[in-house]
Design a protein around this ligand. Structure first.
Ligand SMILES: [Zn+2]
Length: 111
């Protein structure tokens, strides 16, 4: 079926674009982490904090939402400082998708 082949190759092309954008972002991240190990530390702290927080919520422990937001804001600010120091935009590590609407998942074409 020629139509299916066409569709498949179109989908493959989109998948490759998406993958490329993501691999590219991973590479930028690794390079940046090597240059600024502090950034990796902050990122790790953010992740650990997110895990700890979701555990707390799951276990139904009391937690203060304002404390939580304060801590996250604090870490984000630290991150922005590193980016500023490195002279890079804050979204430097985000994958650069060709289509920012569907992030190259082609979902925007399905409507
Ligand atoms: Zn799109």
């Amino acid at each position: 079926m020629a139509n299916n082949e066409f569709l498949n190759s179109l989908l493959r092309e989109y998948e490759q674009k998406k993958l490329r954008a993501e691999l590219d972002s991973e590479k930028r991240k690794e390079e940046l982490y090597q240059k600024y190990p502090k950034l990796q530390e902050i990122e790790k702290e953010l992740n650990d904090f997110a895990i700890k927080t979701s555990k707390n919520i799951l276990l139904n422990n009391k937690f203060s939402l304002s404390d939580l937001n304060k801590k996250i804001e604090e870490l984000k600010q630290k991150k922005e400082e590193v980016f500023k120091m490195a002279n890079l935009p804050n979204d430097y590590l985000k994958p650069k998708y060709e289509c920012s609407i569907c992030k190259d998942t082609r979902l925007c074409l399905e409507k």
